[in-house]
Design a binder for this molecule. Structure first.
Ligand code: FAD
Length: 301
């Protein structure tokens, strides 16, 4: 953007024109200076996690969550020589889009294995860390590796992957999550809520096994204070349920009728995002299609 050309004092005829050439200049100069300050403050970062090379991240924090899951925060390891980022001197930052995932690799060279995990939206300003919510399976290859991690352990990651990009123009976004599949949809919910100019309504139907495996429940509960977001829980095992004020808990599985009622007058302007295991996603995709949502408005993760 070039600076505006300053008019001569004599260019103003002093007869109270609207707009006056000098006022316009002042306005344009103000905009130009604002833009320049913004550009100066905008630091361009380089992503320190790459899709085509492995990067070492050290376990920074482990925090239990629910019965069978943990939050683990990983920090870029400054002390290990990492893949060369060329001659670039831009500051490093872990960067990913909502809905994207990263791959964790482990195992001896000839038996390496990898699993995808979805980084949660960054809540603090630390650019070199990311946090994932990990469900630990009783018998699971990666689960048993993760159980052995301690603060200071080194881990190897690549990413981010996934092409989903948020379309802010839908009037309604229906999100259907199963279990730990909430991690992909949670980042998307946070992103949309943050956009002040976006006026989409978000509805989450969250299917959980039991009361003690409602992942990210407190975070979802606080997000519900936003005018455009609400969620309902569906528990297949409804024992010992402790309901919070203003939280809808169904002591049953999510059924077709609930979706039919919700979609009844919205099919034309609703996007449906579904995340869970393959069987869950296919099953709900078919149900949503039966409710007359066009297939192009359905995204599976
Ligand atoms: C795009 C994507 C993003 C993901 N993000 C996350 C995330 O943020 N957090 C997270 O915890 N997981 C996430 N997962 C699932 C994760 O990658 C692993 O599949 C899971 O943690 C199991 O790994 P494991 O090696 O311990 O178990 P495995 O050795 O692979 O499997 C052991 C047993 O666990 C059970 N199992 C494994 N995966 C599933 C599943 N998805 N649903 C039901 N049962 C299963 C099966 O019974 C299986 O026999 C994601 C998956 C995908 C595809």
């Amino acid at each position: 953007m070039d600076p505006p050309i300053e008019p001569l004092e004599s260019d103003c005829c002093n007869s109270g024109c609207n707009p006056c050439i000098l006022d316009i200049y002042e306005e344009q100069l103000k905009k130009y200076n604002q833009r320049k300050t913004q550009e100066k403050n905008q630091i361009v970062h380089m992503n320190c996690i790459l899709p085509t090379a492995y990067t070492v991240f050290t376990v920074n924090n482990i925090e239990p969550h629910c019965k069978d899951a943990v939050f683990i925060t990983f920090e870029y390891s400054r002390f290990i020589k990492q893949t060369d980022h060329g001659n670039d001197v831009k500051p490093l930052k872990v960067m990913f889009n909502p809905g994207q995932y990263l791959m964790l690799k482990t195992g001896p060279t000839n038996q390496e294995f990898q699993r995808p995990y979805t980084p949660l939206p960054t809540e603090n300003a630390d650019n070199l860390k990311f946090t994932v919510l990990i469900k630990l399976y009783e018998i699971g290859q990666m689960s048993s590796y993760i159980r052995k991690l301690k603060c200071g352990s080194n881990t190897v990651w690549r990413g981010p992957y996934g092409n989903f990009s948020i379309n802010y123009s839908y009037k309604h976004i229906l999100l259907i999550a199963q279990g730990v599949g909430i991690t992909s949809l949670y980042g998307i919910i946070c992103d949309i809520i943050k956009q002040e100019e976006c006026d989409s309504f978000l509805k989450l139907y969250f299917c959980c096994k039991s009361f003690d495996t409602i992942y990210l429940r407190n975070k979802l509960y606080s997000l519900q204070s936003n005018w455009n977001f609400s969620y309902e829980l569906f528990l297949s095992n409804p024992e010992n349920v402790d309901e919070k004020y203003n939280e809808t808990v169904h002591k049953a599985k999510l059924e077709v009728d609930v979706l039919k009622t919700y979609l009844k007058d919205k099919v034309d302007n609703t996007q449906v995002l579904i995340c869970g295991n393959e069987h869950f996603m296919q099953c709900f995709k078919e149900i949503v299609i039966c409710c007359k949502v066009d297939e192009k408005n359905i995204v599976l993760f």
